[in-house]
Design a protein around this ligand. Sequence first.
Ligand code: HEM
Length: 492
Amino acid sequence: MIYFEVLLFIFLGSYYLLVEKNRKKKGLQLPPGPLLGKLPIIGYLPFLGKIPTLTISKLAKRYGNIFCLYLGRTRVVFVNDFESAKEAGKLDVLQGRNQLELFEAIRGYSGLGLLEGKDWQEMRRFTLKCLRDMGFGKRSMEGMMHEQVCEVRKYLKRNVNKTLYLKPVLELAVINSLWAVMTSEKYDIEDPAKRQVMSILTEGIAEQNILGIAAFLPWLAKLAPDYTGYSKGLKFLGAPEGLFREVIRKHVETYVPGRERDFIDVTLTRIYSTTDPKSVFYGDVGMRNLHYTLLDLFFAGSDTLSSTLGWSFLYLAVDPKIQDKVQEEIDDIVGQSRLPTLEDRSKMPFCEATMAEVLRKSSFVPLGLMHTALENTEFKGFFLPKRTVLLFNLYEIHHNKNYWKDPENFRPQRFINEDGTFRKDDHVMPFFTGKRSCPGEMLAMNEFFLFFTGILQKYRFALNPVAPKPYLGPRSGFILCPPKHELLVTER
Ligand code: HEM
């Protein structure tokens, strides 16, 4: 036995020396970064300021687009430019996830959003195929989305000439289209119990700081859980647990092989037929992965889309001339007698440009999700040791002055060619890019179009005349929900 241990020691030692030697031979170094970023225990955490994305952009001007600092004891590399983010998206080795202790406390590292390496590839391939087969993001979902657009319109009709905070209604409406495919369930958009779960999620998400103490100093967070946001983080992550257990339990009880009704049933078929113990679908591990993949889709699909719509109506309320142009295009192409359809989308360049501008300007997932390097690796001439965390400053990519010239202005015309057609610009990357980019992009853009045009076809939005003008600039947070400003709704 002792021989085996000695051999193992020699093997690992030689491997380490070889990697180190190669690194030195090539002269590769960690990316540069501020001295304060190397402080023991806390690293740069206390200096991130109120709006970390802005601090990070400032540091990028000083240390370059790729720079490194420690948050707590975690080494984090920030990527601030379009080209480097695009390159990182292509590399398998940079598609790991940061395994936060906060997650471990609640869910372990299961589910599409947290798995890594081969496990993640297996789960991602399966989920994408499954959703594609079920018409996810395609025309066949259009009917369900139309139904929900009509629900929102009915709600607005009952509340016309009032000021409303729209996000809670939009949340349940957008999740319903996704939920029909995933679980065959539908919620009443005014159901108080479901609204309560959603509001815990929304507030939790709004208050979660991706660069906070709960994420990077978990031992400290546990000592003062209320003060550091740890308790809120646990509450928010745990809120929808029961919801999913119940839905899966009902499916297991009523499952009939060969008669799969939705995503849950198709996954159960895969779990029941998996015999390889290393698979992410094997036995109890498979059930856990199903549970948390559902949860990831729920989290990722509800708040993002309702925020997109919330921001859209707010920007248009601030700029009525742009609202006029959007509505003129809807009237020209669709008219008033039928709902806008996905077929209309390519004929409506100004609406498309406005949607792109909403995603650029709001940048409401400002730092994307954390990635990690799965192995020691070289990236853009720098050395990234295994488990280095990477964060992509999407906010900076969307607001870089050299590229956008007037990034602070909401100006859809920047995406319109001289001949009036829509100009797609890859520098708008709200879904990130490459291998781990958002799997819900197609669904999200189709749903965004149908809700955006379907609602504006009949209603107009204006700022609440008796409330102060809302602050529309950058804030801190994992997802930047639109400010809680009530809009005045009128019928067209
Ligand atoms: C406008 C709406 C949306 C935006 C801006 C958005 C943005 C993002 C971003 C930035 C990521 C991180 C990618 C990375 O790891 O670098 C992500 C991941 C993800 N999104 Fe979305 N998303 C949206 C809508 C949706 C919808 C509707 C769904 C559900 C169908 C969804 C499901 C997911 C999932 C499951 C992941 C994790 C994927 C993985 O780890 O492999 N998203 N999204």
